[in-house]
Design a protein. Structure first.
Length: 270
């Protein structure tokens, strides 16, 4: 599962679970704080926002060459954060607050431990579910009418499958990123899997946008999204050489966030 649907909205699962963990952590901290007659809402938010800010800054510094403008660096919709830097910043801020605010220690620790344990548990469930997902042996048509088996196409190499549609603005914005990535990472197989659209409409859009991909397939029934629980668009799925799902990303990709994912999966991004 990559997202939770609420009416017409599709919410990325990881940020949503982090939000739930933080809210419950604030609740626990408030209950403990009431016992000691202290409030730790502001310190907990300081830890959260400070660590995320530092994680973003480190991420941008690492992948600065992937950004063309300051706005792209500030645009966190790609969810590009350096995990290690974020965790270290959170720990340092926590230690500093525990040293400075001794009366709030119990409530602070209760809140932080609640957030950490809940988000860790949620992440473990997602990881276990991902271990069971594989690149399915479903055949899809190309624009020329030929049929291609997805599992055979991805056999033996890292495969990135992007679910998209012409009506989806984030999908359209990330198309140039994926086109460039296909040229930049020849050892990775990129598959653009259009969702539920007529071939003529897809062909017309590609011609107007000046886009060309080696492996563009048509999922007229949305089979892959249904089978893997990939709700909302765009969705990017990373499958290993053995066909196992390794990572997923719901929402718009940037060149930097794509490079980070490929780097984590052992692809040289130099």
């Amino acid at each position: 599962m990559t997202a939770v649907t609420v009416g017409p909205l599709a919410l990325p699962i990881t940020p949503l679970l982090l939000l739930i963990s933080v809210l419950l952590g604030l609740l626990v901290a408030a209950l403990v704080g009431r016992k000691y007659k202290v409030s730790v809402t502001d310190p907990l938010l300081t830890i959260l926002l400070g660590s995320l800010l530092f994680g973003r800054l480190v991420f941008v510094a690492r992948f600065a060459d992937s950004y063309d403008s300051l706005w792209q660096m500030l645009d966190i919709r790609d969810r590009g954060f350096d995990l290690l830097a974020t965790v270290l910043a959170a720990l340092l801020i926590l230690v500093w607050l525990l040293w400075r605010r001794r009366q709030q220690r119990q409530a602070l620790l209760a809140g932080v431990l609640t957030v950490s344990m809940l988000f860790g548990a949620f992440s473990s469930v997602i990881f276990v579910g991902r271990q069971q997902a594989v690149l399915p042996a479903i055949s899809f048509q190309q624009l020329n009418g030929d049929s291609v088996n997805l599992a055979e196409l991805g056999q033996g190499r890292l495969t990135v499958v992007n679910l998209w549609a012409t009506w989806c603005p984030p999908c359209r914005r990330e198309m140039p990123v994926l086109q460039q990535a296909e040229r930049q990472y020849p050892d990775v197989r990129f598959v653009l899997l259009n969702q539920r659209e007529h071939p003529q409409l897809v062909q017309q859009y590609l011609q107007q946008a000046g886009l060309r991909f080696n492996h563009l397939l048509l999922d007229r029934q949305g089979q892959l999204a249904t089978q893997l629980g990939a709700h909302g668009l765009p969705v990017t799925l990373y499958f290993g050489a053995d066909g196992q799902l390794l990572q997923s990303h719901m929402g718009e990709l940037s060149a930097a966030s794509l490079a980070q994912s490929l780097q984590q999966l052992g692809v040289s991004t130099d």
